[in-house]
Design a protein around this ligand. Sequence first.
Ligand SMILES: Cc1ncc(COP(=O)(O)O)c(C=O)c1O
Length: 398
Amino acid sequence: MKYDFDQLCDRDKTDCLKWDMMESIFGSGDLLPLWVADMDLPVAKPIIDALKKRVEHPFYGYTKPGSSVINSVVERMKRKFNWDISPEWIVFTPGVVPALHVAVRSLTHPGDEVILQEPTYHPFFPVVINSGCKIINNGLKLVNGRYVMDYDGLEEKFHPKTRPLNGPGRIKTIIFCNPHNPVGRLWKRDEIIRMGEIIIDNGAVVISDEIHCEILFKGNKHTPFASISKKFEQNCIVCMSPSKTFNLAGLEVSSIIIPNKKLRENFINTRSGIVPNPNLFGYTAMEAAYRYGDEWLEQVLDYLQENLNYLKNYFEKNIPRIKVIDPEGTYLIWLDCGDLGMDNNVLRSFMRENAKVCLEDGFIFGGSGSGFMRMNIACPRYILSEALKRIEKAVNQL
Ligand SMILES: Cc1ncc(COP(=O)(O)O)c(C=O)c1O
């Protein structure tokens, strides 16, 4: 069927974070919300049909995913990424963020160190801090408008000569983000290999957050970290979820894929009694999405590509003082506002009070995000167009 993404589906009074909480969070109901990472595009019909069918069955008791749910994940990994996984590798959690908390705790002791690559998805910071660990920032480098990983920096972080260590090998893991929120890089195979070799050869494990792996712009192909080699497979925890791809964040379901038995057992023991299983409707939605959601997804990806082209063209022609960092994946666009010469607080109030748009502040993704803003373009084009007009008008009035 053909979906119409041009109309705004009214989300008013659904208690959705993005629209209904604007007043309580940002103190203003008249901002256009292009912040939190969900889509203003309605969900695929097969998912709604599957949920309706399940709702009509009047028992909502304790649930354990059966082979059909589990195989929907196994088959999707094979079909989308040619990645062979075993059903027993999968641990289901109600979201990726809780799984990251569990993963870090399962791999570290308080006082250990965890590498992040700023600017990075800001909930990674409390994941490390709340585990009693220390963040070691190996920041991404912006080279000619494109972010790259700092491999020399990564080597150095493990090297005892460059900074005093209390004991050897205190870095236990890295939270790797692929595709990377907020900069939109889809790391290529050779980049993943170079990073992975450094981490694994220094005795650490890679936690690979691949939640955005199916939101890719034309010509890009995702490589799951664990699919690189046996060595990589045995030294990682991969976080997958249908929530970004199929707009199911409120249903809270994700598959944490841990091929190494010992790492998996540690993860399961650490989550036990603290992080529950997903909600039964999450399983239903995930299976329907993975099995029957591709027709919808193809149309969404085309729509997002057109939104991206529209946005790039608009900034280039009408707002050249703001530069778009060209993304390969995610629907989150990283905007370099450095030419406006504003500090973080001024830039925030400029966007909210002058332009009347609500974007994510770049600095919340780490210090190197200062002077940047993150814009969510998963919305009907007229909303995007209105946001761009508002920003253009405000910039012209400076
Ligand atoms: C990189 C990344 N990881 C995790 C999440 C959130 O995951 P969940 O809602 O499943 O906890 C997001 C949401 O934007 C994200 O961008």
